[in-house]
Design a binder for this molecule. Structure first.
Ligand SMILES: [Zn+2]
Length: 113
């Protein structure tokens, strides 16, 4: 399962960070997940629940920020919300659209004990 490996790498990264701060536990983990990141949020949440067991994240509060995807038209520079990777520009109809946000899946911050 795709989401499970993502969850495991989130846990690993967070623990690495915590260790580098000589922490023994993580109190809070903030995640940023773009709407085009390609993850199923419910599966990810479920995967995280099982992945944190017995780790420094065992009792951590996980805060998720969902990032709405936005694109910028390469022809007329219009910025607009996009639902899929292949959305045309609403202003000029061009498909030369660059996704400027919404593909991210990252740890925004962690709070350690
Ligand atoms: Zn355009």
């Amino acid at each position: 399962m795709h989401e499970l490996s993502i969850a495991q790498s989130i846990v690993e990264l967070a623990e690495q960070q915590a260790r580098s701060h000589k922490a023994t536990a993580i109190e809070e983990l903030e995640l940023e997940i773009g709407s085009l990141a390609g993850v199923e949020l419910q599966s990810l949440e479920f995967a995280l629940e099982s992945s944190v067991k017995g780790t420094m994240l065992n009792d951590a509060r996980i805060v998720r920020h969902d990032i709405k995807a936005e694109g910028r038209c390469g022809d007329c520079e219009t910025e607009f919300p996009v639902e899929t990777l292949f959305s045309p520009c609403p202003k000029c109809g061009s498909y030369a659209v660059k996704i400027i946000r919404g593909k991210e899946l990252r740890i925004k911050s962690i709070v350690v004990k």
